[in-house]
Write a protein that binds this ligand. Structure first.
Ligand code: UD1
Ligand code: CA
Length: 482
């Protein structure tokens, strides 16, 4: 009806992430959820899945070394409201959720998602799909499950015609139940009100003397509620790690997942040994990535590049048609068709412009290298603004630090810096200026001029005779008269 006031009420989706574990077998003093998979803490994977799924509010239940969790969360730029609850004693998954009761009571209108902070491969599609299923079936609880070949260690799903009758932990399974391959991923959707009703009824009457969150299912069924299961299409949804081997296995899975994605996008890999590409990295079509390449953080790689063996690229933006060979780049920018390497380090805030060529054993720091400029060998360029089509001879050094302060060097377009020039900054080299090889330049050089700073060469005839005789005798003594 036209003109009618339509008021829609949106239910709030709460998320509780269980992150109290220590992971004793990891032999670390970090909370287990902060151990990394593909360069990101496992907790980061889980929280970002919640963000991608459009969740409203998140409570992380922390325990072991909880300050580290606080530190991590406060450094994070979160799109979702995140807070924490402390589980001082580790008394089981049900007990962990109990610590979030105050958080849950703040908004009981909708549903609550429970996730394990140490199962990094949960995905937004599973979260949304399970919620849809949960709402459609009017269940009080919906367990996210997956079917796996080796279900050992996981809780088994007991299906009925109309949902599920419970979850049986490995330790409590009969021989027959142990054969069930559908397992509890540790991820659940609860109607928030139903969860709050069930939690106070959890008991520690089991083999491990813990409050099992899984017991909520039977409690809710006994109240006449419905319990259901949603099988995720993501086979990795339940995977976690209990020890270092397990963590390495997760890294291998994640590594392959990302490489497979880029293969589908037209990126070329010849051999993926030692290749690891972070989840947030993007790579353009036609780019070839050789073995032992690590690309991390928020790096962006353009099209038709060659990222040669041994490159490490972190938080850097690489244009199209760039050729990198044994380059380490950290927070740097490289524009189209630049050619860099081998054995080059681009340190933070370096910008190598279009078509520039940086050769072997060169370090660039906090500097701009202009278009088509060549810095071919054994050179350090720090805190400098270099114009276009400049040529650096071998062994040039910008002397940018006097032990206290750093100073800038500027070099104009088309300048020619002779081999082994020291540019003692602050110093300006004008457009098209030259510096003679071996000069230590301490004063500005005007455009078009040549600056030469070295003593004139002297010749002392016959100087070597006496010295050479002594040296020859020593040589004959050591190596014979050959
Ligand atoms: C749990 C499930 C099991 C499921 C499996 C999936 C129970 C009783 N069983 O088993 O059905 O197949 O997860 O991985 O829930 N945690 C806390 N505080 C605690 C206990 C656990 O924060 O007191 C956290 C852990 O750090 C972990 C998560 O909860 O992130 C799961 O705990 P875990 O001990 O691994 O549960 P499982 O026994 O493996
Ligand atoms: Ca587990």
């Amino acid at each position: 009806m036209r003109g009618a006031v339509i008021s829609e009420v949106f239910d709030m989706n709460n998320v509780v992430i269980l992150a109290g574990g220590q992971g004793k077998r990891m032999k670390t003093n970090k909370p287990k959820v902060l151990l990394e998979v593909l360069g990101e803490p496992m907790l980061e994977w889980v929280i970002s899945a919640c963000e991608d799924a459009g969740m409203d509010r998140v409570c992380v239940v922390k325990g072991f070394e909880c300050e580290q969790i606080d530190e991590y969360l406060s450094a994070r730029e979160s799109k979702v409201d995140i807070r924490t609850a402390l589980q001082a004693e580790r008394l089981g998954t049900g007990h962990a959720v109990m610590q979030a009761v105050d958080f849950l009571k703040e908004d009981t209108s909708g549903n609550t998602l429970i996730l394990c902070g140490d199962a990094p491969f949960i995905d937004a599609e599973t979260i949304r799909g399970a919620l849809e299923h949960h709402e459609k079936s009017s269940a009080a609880v919906t367990v996210v499950t997956s079917e796996i070949d080796e279900p050992k260690g996981y809780g088994r799903i007991l299906r009925t015609d109309n949902g599920i009758s419970g979850i049986r932990e490995e330790k409590d399974c009969s021989d027959e139940e142990r054969l069930i391959k559908e397992i509890n991923s540790g991820c659940y959707w609860f109607r928030t009100e139903a969860l709050l009703e069930a939690l106070p009824e959890l008991k520690q009457n089991n083999a491990q003397g813990e409050y099992y969150l899984t017991d909520c299912i039977e409690i809710l069924l006994s109240k006449g509620e419905k319990a259901d299961a949603f099988m995720s299409g993501n086979e990795q949804v339940a995977l976690g790690a209990n020890d270092r081997k397990g963590l390495l296995a997760l890294n291998d899975i994640a590594r392959k997942m990302v490489i497979d994605k880029w293969l589908d996008e037209g990126v070329e890999f010849v051999c993926t040994d030692g290749v690891s590409i972070g989840r947030r990295v993007t790579v353009g079509v036609g780019t070839r990535i050789d073995s032992n390449v690590k690309i991390r953080g928020k790096s962006v790689i353009g099209r038709d590049c060659r990222i040669g063996v041994g490159c490490i690229i972190e938080d850097s933006v690489i244009g199209d048609g760039v050729d990198l060979n044994y380059v380490q780049a950290y927070s740097a920018q490289v524009d189209d068709n630049a050619k860099i390497g081998p054995f080059v380090q681009l340190r933070p805030d370096s910008h190598v412009k279009k078509g520039a060529k940086i050769g072997d054993f060169v370090e660039i720091k906090n500097s701009t290298i202009g278009e088509y400029t060549a810095v071919a060998h054994l050179t350090y360029v720090g805190d400098s603004d270099v114009g276009k089509n400049v040529n650096f001879g071998c062994g040039v050094v910008t002397v940018n630090f006097d032990g206290e302060k750093k100073y800038r060097t500027t070099i104009g377009d088309n300048a020619f810096i002779g081999c082994n020039t020291n540019l003692v900054s602050p110093v300006n080299i004008g457009d098209g200026a030259y510096t003679g090889a071996g000069s230590t330049i301490t004063k500005d050089v005007p455009a078009g001029a040549l600056a030469l700073e070295r003593t004139e060469q002297k010749i002392i005839e016959g100087y070597a005779e006496k010295k050479l005789k002594a040296r020859t005798e020593k040589f004959v003594k050591a190596h014979g008269d050959e």
